[in-house]
Design a protein around this ligand. Structure first.
Ligand code: ADP
Length: 260
């Protein structure tokens, strides 16, 4: 790093070029730091459930006589913690697949309305179980957009999953999903009437593993990667993501995708 600084400083370059090179270097440093943090966070997230699996399985393997109730309880814990690791790894793989795919243009012709309907259908049972209603308001006759069907499905799944996880605490709650044309865009809004998000957290929500309340996220089956995946999919589709939230009133996630 130091050597390069000298080289830049001693070369008679126009000011603008010097500035560009310095900015570029600090951006690279930020990216390197983000990468280091990411690996540390991912390791930590996996180590916690793995330590539990090791602990429980050790006891089951070492103890001569394990009472049936204990064996069952530990077995269930091992299963749950291993599942949790699987969910984290699945999300990590999705994220890296979407990132690797960035330079290919989106291929499919996708009906966002169908994607939303299928996603809502998939979580309907969970919503009913929580006494939460998912209300769809999808503009009829919208043309398809260009995109990757699986990625867009994951985007909607993640937003709906969050609305259920954080916006559906008491029976009788309503999650609203609207899809409409807006100029040369299609605008998808997922709105809940849950607790909302403190303003200072909003700019960081799309960071990998960033959570407002880690315990609540984990208890609800969250990995902290959902919105990072949403942001990647939006970027890959040259769309826009906007998050609005009022504490105590709820949150709104708006995704705009280009119509053509
Ligand atoms: P997680 O798996 O933890 O839900 P996400 O990346 O999907 O991870 O979301 C990051 C954090 O943003 C969550 O942990 C939660 O604190 C907050 N969040 C996301 N969606 C909502 C929502 N609809 N209402 C309130 N908070 C939310």
């Amino acid at each position: 790093g130091v050597e390069r600084s000298w080289e830049v400083a001693l070369t008679p370059l126009p000011d603008a070029l010097l500035l560009v090179r310095l900015v570029d270097r600090s951006a690279r440093r930020a990216a390197e730091k983000a990468q280091i943090d990411f690996v540390a966070n991912a390791s930590h997230e996996l180590r916690t459930p793995l330590a539990a699996v090791i602990g429980f399985s050790e006891t089951l393997a070492d103890e001569g006589e394990v009472p049936e109730a204990i064996r069952r309880r530990f077995g269930k814990q091992i299963h749950e913690q291993a599942n949790r690791m699987m969910v984290i790894i699945r999300d990590l793989m999705s994220l890296s697949r979407i990132e690797a795919d960035r330079f290919r243009g989106p291929r499919d012709r996708v009906s966002l309305a169908s994607v939303v309907r299928e996603s809502a259908q998939a979580v309907q049972a969970l919503a009913v179980q929580r006494g939460c209603e998912i209300a769809l308001d999808l503009e009829a006759g919208l043309p398809s957009v260009r995109g990757d069907t699986a990625q867009l499905r994951q985007l909607v799944d993640n937003l709906l999953g969050n609305a259920l996880r954080y916006g559906c605490r008491a029976p009788g709650e309503r999650i609203e999903v609207t899809l409409q044309a807006a100029g040369s865009w299609q605008k998808l809004i997922v709105r809940d009437h849950g607790d909302g998000i403190p303003a200072e957290h909003i700019p960081r929500l799309t960071e990998r593993f960033y959570r407002v309340d880690a315990a609540r996220s984990r208890d609800g089956g969250g990995t902290g990667l959902g919105l990072a995946i949403v942001a990647q999919v939006v970027e890959r589709h040259r769309g826009l993501l906007e998050i609005r939230s009022v504490l105590g009133q709820g949150s709104e996630f708006e995704v705009r995708l280009p119509q053509t």
